[in-house]
Design a protein around this ligand. Structure first.
Ligand SMILES: C[S@@+](CC[C@H](N)C(=O)[O-])C[C@H]1O[C@@H](n2cnc3c(N)ncnc32)[C@H](O)[C@@H]1O
Length: 411
């Protein structure tokens, strides 16, 4: 339980302040979700030593780390929990499966579905389940069921579910989730597609699922039978980590790519610009959607400041055997940032130019669209043909199709 002598304000006051902030920034739009956030004492679910301020910040609270120091469990950020609960369109009396526990989000769901609803929360980690159970009992939610189970099998005993809310990063949709979902049920899942995770709200359409909304988000990775971590490779010593989410990474020549990054940089600048603080996540997904070897770079800001990528944590990059180019931006003035690319290696210039060409197409056709159409098919399904640009993400159980369309029809 969070809270200490150092807390600056009482928990009730901190909770009211958080809810007001979530209402003001548009994260909470539903009265029942607002009521849930006002009622559930988030600090009771945070580990000892977490201050009231931290428990009620609009931020993640890490609850467990693995031996490598990476988080394996957390209480997700309130804005994201509110968004996912609203996406699930929970009604009083609904039956809900939460995948990935902690207790707090399950208590929020229990408030929204009310006394005639049913909430089951599963987690692969018995420590997380024990903590969630104790906190739910203390907070007054003994009726929420928490069980130790692997996401891969879901929890058939309490199915069918009107909503399944997955709160751990998935790279695939196991058949158990669709089997246990009611015919008109909603599946909310952070799905990783070629390194890019989007919180998808999926509904059934014939033999497949379609996304009716998609938000940028990040979650701790899936463990257990469906674990499928991205491949991480160090470049230039440990200055740069290359993340690859494609099955075939054998062709990567890490020595050649490191040699490229140690050599001169080619800069290329696009006429396409953006105002500051304006999201352009669809550009990231567009670059990932190309039939080209692709990865994401995490660059150490201190040791490799010279690289200056657009994003220091996950910068889209196109690769060849011996060359690499990644997305860049530079400030032109207080209202304008310019897109560009930095290239390294023998193919630096054509690779950087290729990124500029892709930026131009995105700007012309897709920038002002709501985003690509995303559909998840069973892996043996026959996909409808299309003339539009389409990325297929084949996994064990499913193929996700990301299709780029324009509202004006074929471009
Ligand atoms: C972000 S936390 C869940 C947050 C929680 N829903 C809350 O109240 O905010 C993700 C959880 O997923 C769990 N997890 C990871 N892989 C899993 C799997 N295969 N099956 C079930 N749970 C899994 C982790 O142990 C971790 O506790």
């Amino acid at each position: 339980m969070a809270g200490s002598a150092l807390d600056t304000i009482p928990a009730d006051e901190a909770r009211a302040r958080l809810v007001n902030q979530l209402l003001a920034d548009g994260s909470i739009t539903s009265p029942s979700v607002e009521m849930a956030f006002r009622r559930v004492p988030r600090h009771l679910f945070a580990p000892d030593g977490v201050s009231i301020d931290a428990a009620y910040a609009d931020d993640v609270v890490i609850t467990k780390r693995g031996t490598d120091g990476r988080a394996t469990s957390s209480i997700s950020a309130p804005w994201l929990q509110a968004t996912m609960l609203q996406a699930a369109r929970l009604r009083p009396g609904a039956r809900v499966l939460e995948i990935g526990s902690g207790g707090y989000n399950a208590a929020l769901i229990a408030e929204v579905v009310g006394p005639h609803g049913a909430v089951t929360s599963i987690d692969i980690d018995p420590d997380v389940v024990a903590h969630a159970r104790a906190a739910l009992d203390t907070a007054g939610y003994p009726h929420v069921q928490v069980v130790t189970a692997d996401a891969e099998t879901g929890w058939p005993a309490s199915a069918p579910y009107d909503a399944i809310i997955v709160t751990v990063e998935a790279s695939d949709i196991p058949p158990a989730w669709t089997d246990q979902l009611a015919p008109d049920g909603i599946l909310v899942v952070p799905l990783r597609m070629r390194g890019n995770t989007r919180g998808l709200t999926l509904t059934r359409e014939g033999d497949h699922l379609i996304a009716i909304s998609a938000i940028v988000c990040g979650f701790v990775p899936m463990q257990g039978a469906s674990a499928n971590p991205v491949t991480r490779r160090a470049l230039r010593g440990d200055d740069v980590t290359l993340r690859i989410d494609d099955p075939d990474t054998q062709a990567l020549n890490l020595d050649a790519l490191t040699a490229a990054l140690n050599g001169p940089r080619v800069d290329a600048w696009s006429p396409v610009t953006t105002p500051p603080a304006t999201p352009f996540d669809s550009l990231h997904l567009w670059l990932a959607s190309q039939p080209h070897p692709y990865g994401q770079l995490a660059v150490d800001r201190h040791r490799a400041a010279d690289m200056d990528p657009q994003n220091w944590v996950a910068c889209p990059a196109l690769l060849t055997q011996d060359s690499i180019a990644y997305l860049a931006t530079r400030k032109l003035d207080d209202t304008t940032w310019q897109f560009g690319a930095h290239g390294y290696g023998p193919q630096a210039a054509p690779l950087a130019q290729h990124i500029l060409d892709l930026i131009a197409v995105w700007d012309r056709r897709y920038r002002n669209e709501p985003g690509p159409h995303i559909a998840v098919y069973p892996s043996r399904a026959t996909l409808p043909p299309t003339k539009q640009p389409r990325l297929l993400v084949p996994r064990c159980h499913t193929i996700t199709a990301i299709t780029w369309t324009t509202s004006g029809g074929p471009a």
